[in-house]
Design a protein around this ligand. Structure first.
Ligand SMILES: Nc1ncnc2c1ncn2[C@@H]1O[C@H](COP(=O)(O)OP(=O)(O)OP(=O)(O)O)[C@@H](O)[C@H]1O
Length: 659
């Protein structure tokens, strides 16, 4: 057993308070079976004499604390140690706030397994975000309540470490990546999951952070940075996999000066690559060449939308977002909406509009970027995927705020059908729970899909932020998604890529106050009309249905399976089928077996009704599986969404929608 260094007092407390344990256990991931790292209590007395440490995770909301028994011989690697500590502290490995580094109480970074077992008995576990000094101080007070001298020397060491670096190089070496400064403003850095990799720092920010404009637009950019913090900088495990086209290595950041300014894509070949699973490596390789070209980078920046304009925009009646009247939209309303949302773009577009005044949306083939920019003002990036960057945009003629999905067509070589699907299928759909496509325009190199702007981010981000949701919230979301699925399934359209990233969170302030959140289904790139069994294997591993893997032919029921996976994740925070080593073969094996577990204690608070619905959705036999329509009629869904005639159960926490 390690000996405690002289002068280091015993950390406190040894056991978390039962109430604290109960609170946290709800968010903890299931205990990995036979994890060699953690030992039961009796191990303390065993001949192996495990190492007893206290690890504190300083954060503003709560001070998570855990006493862990570790056996030196059981630690496979430092990366694994960090992941296991993170999970033990309640942050699953895919969580935005997971532990990425360990520090001694005197702010020295622990660099490896040997370093960790050097003899310290207390550590501070940090995530990607730079901790606030006050949180660290609180953590130290918790650890050493009666040792003020020791504590103040530790505090001095932390003050020194957390002092803003004098220059970029110092910042890059500080051991922190994307995070917040004391004012909560996110810094422009990113780091991959390889904890030894140096974070990449965007010099653009450091040049401008002290400008007046930077302050002015901080709030806009903060959201963007926050988005990146959970998606771009890390490789995500299979169950929430999302790889950006730049390989998750560098971040495509806008200037702090102006959220409507078009940024240059930073290129840095020296940035270390993250550890990627086979699947991601394949996808990444596919997208490495050609390099992304930012055709907009040379344009003059445009003024951002003022707060007042945004408020005015929000006040406009919105037939798509109004929860009190999710009524079918009349044909006339649709026509007028399409016409108002699709401005003239060049002669070619005018012609096409004359030909087709209603759906499908106006087709602007052969226009130039200048034509498009004459009609739309490009704004901040609101999201990106493997093939597209999505920006906020504003119609110049009427100020309407929309989203524009910019697809570089070279990325779609061999996958042209994805664009076709999106144009023909999404363009023909009209439903309040499905993102509207208003128009599409094409230049020589890019396609521009003008869509309804759904301003609350996507469900992936919400899960990353929140971990899990109450049954009331989850029920409402299931109801939303089922409505969308029921609508497309009635038209024999299968989405085939239902996952949190493709569910956009649409809300309005008054709806949030009323506890109502609304999801909208987007990204119809893999959708198709299904008239007979389909055999193509596609989708995202965690959400893929067994019949797809069995290659016995599948239909619209695969979307319902994915909904079951999403519901499972929503209520407990982790997916039903998961491979500890991110081994896709193992994951697919588990999905095929469809052995469903509700591990205690994470599932203890979840109702039997919710479990029943999950069982019915994750029914391996697609002929027995619930349909989307039946899901809407399920008693639990009706109770949660107020569809049972009872007063709707209002979700207790809706703060995630505002973040
Ligand atoms: N209409 C919209 N309003 C707001 N944000 C949007 C909208 N459409 C897409 N986004 C954001 O952009 C992200 C990427 O969009 P989308 O999934 O359509 O791109 P993609 O490249 O086709 O994705 P994938 O990699 O899944 O194929 C979404 O996850 C979402 O966060």
């Amino acid at each position: 057993m390690s000996k405690r260094p002289v002068g280091v007092p015993q950390p406190w407390p040894i056991h978390p308070h039962p109430a604290e344990h109960a609170r946290r256990s709800h968010f903890l991931p299931p205990p990995p079976p036979l994890l060699p790292l953690f030992h039961t209590r009796h191990a303390e007395e065993s001949a192996e004499r495990p190492h007893l440490v206290t690890i504190v995770r300083p954060c503003s909301q709560s001070k998570l604390r855990k006493v862990i028994l570790l056996n030196r011989r059981g630690v496979v690697s430092f990366e694994q140690l960090l992941l296991d500590i993170s999970e033990a502290l309640g942050f699953p490995r895919w969580h935005r706030a997971r532990v990425t580094s360990l520090y001694t109480t005197h702010a020295r970074e622990v660099k490896g397994v040997c370093d960790f077992f050097r003899g310290d008995v207390a550590f501070l576990a940090l995530g990607k975000a730079r901790p606030e000094l006050s949180s660290v101080q609180e953590a130290l007070e918790e650890l050493f309540p009666e040792h003020s001298h020791y504590r103040s020397s530790a505090q001095r060491a932390w003050e020194k470490r957390l002092r803003p670096p004098p220059d970029k190089a110092a910042k890059a070496d500080s051991g922190y990546s994307e995070g917040t400064d004391s004012s909560g403003t996110y810094q422009e850095t990113c780091q991959d999951t390889n904890t030894h990799a140096k974070p990449y720092t965007n010099t653009h920010t450091s040049q401008h952070t002290d400008t007046h404009e930077a302050d002015k637009y901080n709030s806009d950019t903060q959201k963007f940075h926050k988005k990146n913090s959970c998606r771009k900088s890390v490789h995500l495990p299979n169950h929430l996999q999302r790889l950006n086209v730049r390989g998750g290595v560098r971040v495509h950041q806008p200037s702090l000066i102006d959220p409507f300014k078009h940024e240059e894509v930073p290129r840095n070949a020296d940035i270390p690559s993250p550890t990627l699973c086979e699947n991601c490596l394949v996808r990444r390789l596919k997208h490495q060449s050609p390099q992304p070209i930012n055709v907009l980078s040379a344009r003059v920046p445009l003024p951002p939308v003022s707060k007042r304009q945004k408020e005015q925009e929000a006040k406009k009646p919105d037939i798509y977002n109004n929860p009190s009247s999710p009524r079918p939209i009349s044909r006339d309303e649709e026509k007028s909406h399409i016409q108002s949302a699709a401005p003239d773009i060049g002669e070619a577009l005018k012609e096409s509009q004359n030909k087709e005044t209603s759906d499908p949306p106006t087709d602007g083939r052969d226009v130039t970027l200048t034509d498009i920019e004459q009609c739309y003002e490009f704004g901040r990036v609101v999201g990106d995927g493997n093939f597209a960057v999505v920006r906020e945009c504003r119609r110049r003629d009427n100020g309407q705020t929309l989203a524009i999905k910019i697809v570089e067509r070279t990325k779609l070589i061999g996958r042209e059908h994805m664009m076709q699907n999106e144009l023909s299928l999404l363009g023909s759909l009209r439903h309040p729970r499905i993102v509207r496509l208003f128009a599409h325009h094409h230049t020589n190199t890019h396609s521009y899909l003008v869509m309804e702007l759904v301003s609350g981010g996507d469900l992936f981000e919400a899960i990353s932020d929140r971990g899990n949701f109450s049954e009331a919230e989850a029920g409402l979301m299931v109801s939303d998604v089922s409505e969308a699925l029921n609508y497309i399934h009635c038209k024999s359209i299968v989405h085939r890529d239902l996952k949190p990233e493709n569910l956009l969170v649409g809300f309005r302030i008054e709806q949030v106050a009323a506890g109502i959140c609304r999801l909208k289904l987007g990204d119809f790139g893999l959708a198709m009309v299904v008239t007979e069994p389909v055999f193509t294997i596609c989708g995202t591993p965690t959400y893929v249905a067994p019949e797809i893997l069995f290659e016995t032919g599948y239909g619209v029921a695969v979307d319902v399976w994915a909904l079951g996976v999403i519901l499972y994740i929503l209520v407990c925070g982790f997916p039903p089928f998961r491979s500890r080593n991110r081994d896709q073969v193992e994951l697919f094996q588990l999905i095929k077996q469809a052995q469903l577990n509700f591990p205690s204690p994470y599932w203890d608070p979840i109702s039997e009704e919710a479990r029943g619905l999950i069982r019915a959705l994750l029914q391996p036999d697609p002929t027995v599986r619930l349909t989307a329509e039946q899901t809407l009629l399920h008693p639990w869904v009706k109770a949660m969404s107020g569809g049972d005639g009872q007063e709707k159960k209002t979700p207790k926490k809706q703060r995630w929608l505002c973040s």
